[in-house]
Structure formats: structure tokens, C-alpha cells
Design a protein around this ligand. Structure first.
Ligand SMILES: NC(=O)c1ccc[n+]([C@@H]2O[C@H](COP(=O)([O-])OP(=O)(O)OC[C@H]3O[C@@H](n4cnc5c(N)ncnc54)[C@H](OP(=O)(O)O)[C@@H]3O)[C@@H](O)[C@H]2O)c1
Length: 211
């Protein structure tokens, strides 16, 4: 699958690396400006390629958005044509002062993103834990797989993203339409507040038991 990344810092580089290792053709969207995170991401896996942003997006089957939330609006407004009909995996989290919800819980970040690129198929995924668990999701001694909750309103797009989640070693849990994104964002804040504020171990994920 052809996958393009907007943003390749803590989150983007970990996912890009693992998707390339899984055999996908992964492009890192690049502008003309120098980028420390681009050099670092390219250095960690020679299979990753820097490709001019619009060309990378046009060629992609799936686009990962892993930029700081505040930069998404200006970034996406210039890319609406290239994202037309694309699966857009929203890895961002709107985080406000004191680890609060960055949009005051009035709207999810994903809903805002979907409104900026209405013809993209937005799926929120890979957001509910810190990047530490995107780097390493193996939990020796545990039978249950680590869960990755995701949501979106396009069933086919969610099927594709669920496949990628599974390939990366997670148990995908479809929690519903994009209206569930606000609740995933609060779930993220729960994890982030436990770990970044109250010093719980970052090497902690949720798991799903069913009967
Ligand atoms: N950190 C976590 O544990 C974690 C976990 C889950 C989700 N998230 C969410 O994932 C997103 C990325 O977090 P991160 O920790 O990976 O951030 P990060 O390490 O700071 O990386 C941000 C990436 O976005 C790029 N970027 C910044 N501004 C941009 C712009 N205007 N246009 C295009 N690219 C831009 C940066 O490129 P340059 O280096 O060139 O500036 C860098 O590649 C955030 O929304 C965050 O809330 C974070």
C-alpha cells in the first residue's frame, strides 16, 4: 500500500518506520524547508523516502496526519484537493492548558479536521497512548493483544485502517463513527494525565476482553 505521512516526529516516525518494515511504500511529505524530524526519520529506516508533499499525497492510498494539532488548520487548508477521497488517519490530539481538551470538549479535533477536508475519509487512530507504545507494543507474558481503539464514519476506510492496525500488532477495536472521536480524545487525556502528570508508566496500554 502507498502511505504518506504529514508529520514524522515521535508519532509519525514510529508508525512510518513500522509500516515500511511491514512492506508498505512509505513517503514522508516534504516541503523545501529543512526539517530536523525529517532527517532523523530518514536516518532510522532507509526504506523511507522524502517526497514533495502534494505529489506524495496524490500518490497515496492512505495519508497519516501526525502534526501538532495547532498546525493542522493552515496545513490542511492548502491540501484539500490532494486529500480528496483519501483515507486520512488522524493521529492528532487537541491538547489545551493543563492537559485539558484543546477545543474545550465542544468539538473533537477529528470533527474539525473533517470539516477542513470534507472529501477525505477521516479515521481517528493511533492516538490513545503515548508514542512509547507505538515504538514498542510487545508485552511479554500477556496473552491478550494491546488494543487500538479507532473510529470513523466510512466503513471501507475503517476496514483499511483496521488492517494496518492489525499488521502493526494491535487488536483493532472499532468504537463507532467519527462522532466518537471526542470520547477517544478524552480517553487519550486520561492516559496522558496518568502518565505525563502523575508519573504512571508510559509502557501501559488497554486491552479488550470479550465473552
Ligand atoms: N507524543 C505522543 O506521545 C503522541 C501520542 C499520540 C498522538 N500524538 C499526537 O500526534 C501529533 C504529533 O505528535 P508528536 O509527538 O509526534 O509531535 P512532534 O514529535 O513534535 O512531531 C511533529 C511533526 O510535525 C511536523 N510539523 C510541525 N508543524 C508542521 C506544519 N506546520 N506543517 C507540516 N508539518 C509540521 C514536524 O516537522 P518539523 O520537525 O519539520 O517541525 C514533525 O515532523 C500531535 O497532534 C499529538 O497530539 C502524540
Amino acid at each position: 500500500m502507498k502511505i504518506a505521512f504529514l508529520g514524522y516526529g515521535n508519532v509519525g516516525a514510529a508508525l512510518a518506520d513500522k509500516l515500511a518494515l511491514a512492506g508498505h511504500d512509505v513517503a514522508l511529505c516534504s516541503s523545501k524547508e529543512a526539517s530536523a524530524s525529517l532527517s532523523k526519520a530518514l536516518a532510522r529506516n532507509p526504506a523511507l523516502r522524502a517526497v514533495e508533499t502534494k505529489a506524495a499525497l496524490r500518490a497515496a492510498d492512505v495519508v497519516f496526519l501526525a502534526t501538532p494539532f495547532q498546525s493542522t488548520q493552515p496545513l490542511l487548508e492548502g491540501l484539500a484537493d490532494e486529500l480528496n477521497n483519501k483515507i486520512l488517519v488522524d493521529c492528532t490530539n487537541p491538547v489545551g492548558p493543563g492537559l485539558s481538551h484543546g477545543l474545550n470538549s465542544a468539538q473533537s479535533g477529528s470533527a474539525l479536521i473533517a470539516s477542513l477536508v470534507p472529501s477525505a475519509k477521516v479515521v481517528k487512530a493511533f492516538t490513545i497512548y503515548g508514542f512509547e507504545n507505538l515504538e514498542n507494543n510487545r508485552f511479554p507474558g500477556h496473552e491478550a493483544k494491546p488494543a487500538m481503539f479507532f473510529c470513523g464514519s466510512d466503513a471501507a476506510a475503517k476496514g483499511v485502517v483496521a488492517g494496518l492496525i492489525r499488521e502493526l500488532g494491535w487488536e483493532p477495536l472499532d468504537v463507532g463513527g467519527l462522532e466518537q472521536a471526542l470520547h477517544l480524545e478524552h480517553m487519550t487525556l486520561l492516559w496522558v494525565r496518568m502518565v505525563r502528570m502523575h508519573k504512571a508508566s508510559p509502557h501501559m496500554v488497554w486491552s479488550v476482553l470479550k465473552r
